[in-house]
Design a protein around this ligand. Structure first.
Ligand SMILES: *Cc1c(COP(=O)(O)O)cnc(C)c1O
Length: 379
């Protein structure tokens, strides 16, 4: 059957919104972070699909920049990403292997982070079964009560290092709880505890800092740092100018504009009512796209540099904007307005939504038309 040529659009034509991911900016961010280190290694954290930006696209770019150590959170993420990276890249699984899945981890060439004596014992048992040493990272809890050996298990291991028989110890790591607040006393306390744990364990490279931790200074760098968010443009230090390049631009399409009189209720629950005659513009992005409902009556879109406040609640598939600041006819159908962009970086959106940049990025939806650029051109 013949299909008319005219009107058969591209993915960008069909989609409700355009998400542009700047791989070149990720490169520059990696270089900036590595430039802050002495001789230490800069790993790349690409868990949660590289914070929602696409690990299969992001990880090879980091590899290109010389990154050889990568972290994911879940075993399945590691399995999925393994084939996107050359074999000399080491892929670490932060949660380690789930009980019963140790062999899967080893067979896929992944290195687990061992977070408990139980995980250590399962890994050494596998090493004994396969008859060779298996690589692993050991995590100790230095004051977060989340992952890693707690104090009592650390003591057991320190007194019986033979328990690591069969483990090729690639690193000892820990994680900071409050590093985005440079004045927080927990940073120093965790540092002391981590140092003391290192003294009690077999010698191995040490890894401590996430993005924010890098900015706490050289004391926190050790042998390998593990940035994630800063690579993707999120500000690493609260209350300071963001040194990272923005990576993400989200542009929603205008799908309807209407002229309304004063007193017009807008959207679900009529939570917004116009106070003067004006214009309401509808954008085809909603909470089903990860554009959080908490932005209702609080978010802002931008047409160029003109701010268009969210009018009413965020719906599942759309957002209504008060576009009265623009003249009639200024927003023809299909016009793109910025939801995340030059006027409003991801951290600003997060603040309005009552969350952090991390959650805005990892929520980015599956309905967007995703474009990757590198050096300003399509990648
Ligand atoms: C997520 C994570 C990181 C990366 O943290 P960012 O704050 O995104 O830089 C590093 N280490 C561990 C253990 C993590 O869970």
């Amino acid at each position: 059957m013949a299909v008319a040529e005219t009107g058969s659009g591209s993915a960008a034509d069909r989609a409700g919104a355009l998400l542009t991911i700047d791989l070149g900016a990720i490169r520059e961010n990696y270089r900036l972070l590595r430039g802050r280190l002495g001789s230490g290694v800069c790993a790349g954290v690409v868990k949660a699909d590289a914070y929602g930006l696409g690990a299969a696209r992001v990880a090879p770019v980091l590899y290109d920049e010389g990154c050889r150590e990568f972290f994911v959170a879940h075993l399945e993420e590691g399995i999925a990403l393994r084939s996107s990276l050359p074999t000399d890249a080491e892929l670490f699984v932060l949660h380690g292997a789930p009980a019963g899945a140790e062999l899967d981890c080893a067979e896929h060439g992944l290195t687990p982070v061992l977070n408990s004596l139980e995980q250590i014992d399962a890994w050494t048992a596998l090493a004994a079964t396969v008859g060779r040493s298996l690589p692993a990272v050991l995590q100790v809890d230095s004051g977060m009560a989340r992952m890693g050996l707690p104090e009592d298990e650390l003591s057991v291991l320190a007194e019986d290092p033979g328990r690591l028989e069969g483990v090729g110890l690639r690193a000892v790591m820990s994680h900071l709880a409050c590093a985005d607040d440079q004045e927080h006393p927990a940073n120093r306390e965790q540092l002391q505890r981590f140092r003391s744990a290192l003294r009690r364990l077999p010698a191995a490279p040490a890894s401590f800092a996430n993005s924010s931790g890098i900015f706490l200074g050289p004391d926190y760098h050790f042998d390998m740092v593990r940035p994630g968010a800063a690579l993707y443009g999120v500000a690493p230090v609260n209350g300071q100018l963001n040194p990272m390049r923005p990576v993400v631009r989200l542009q929603g399409k205008i799908v309807q504009v209407r002229e309304v009189p004063a007193g017009t209720p807008v959207g679900y629950g009529h939570s917004f009512r116009t106070t003067a005659p004006g214009r309401i513009a509808t954008v085809s992005v909603g909470y089903a796209d990860g554009f959080l409902r908490s932005l209702g009556n609080r978010g802002i879109a931008h047409a160029g540099s003109v701010a268009l406040p969210f009018a009413g609640r965020v719906s599942m598939d759309s957002i209504t904007l008060d576009a009265t600041a623009l003249p009639r006819g200024a927003l023809p159908m299909g016009t793109l307005v910025d939801l995340i962009g030059p006027e409003q970086p991801v951290d600003a959106v997060a603040e309005r939504a009552g969350t952090i940049g991390y959650e805005i990025l990892t929520s980015l939806g599956g309905r967007y038309c995703r474009r990757y650029i590198d050096g300003g051109v399509e990648a």
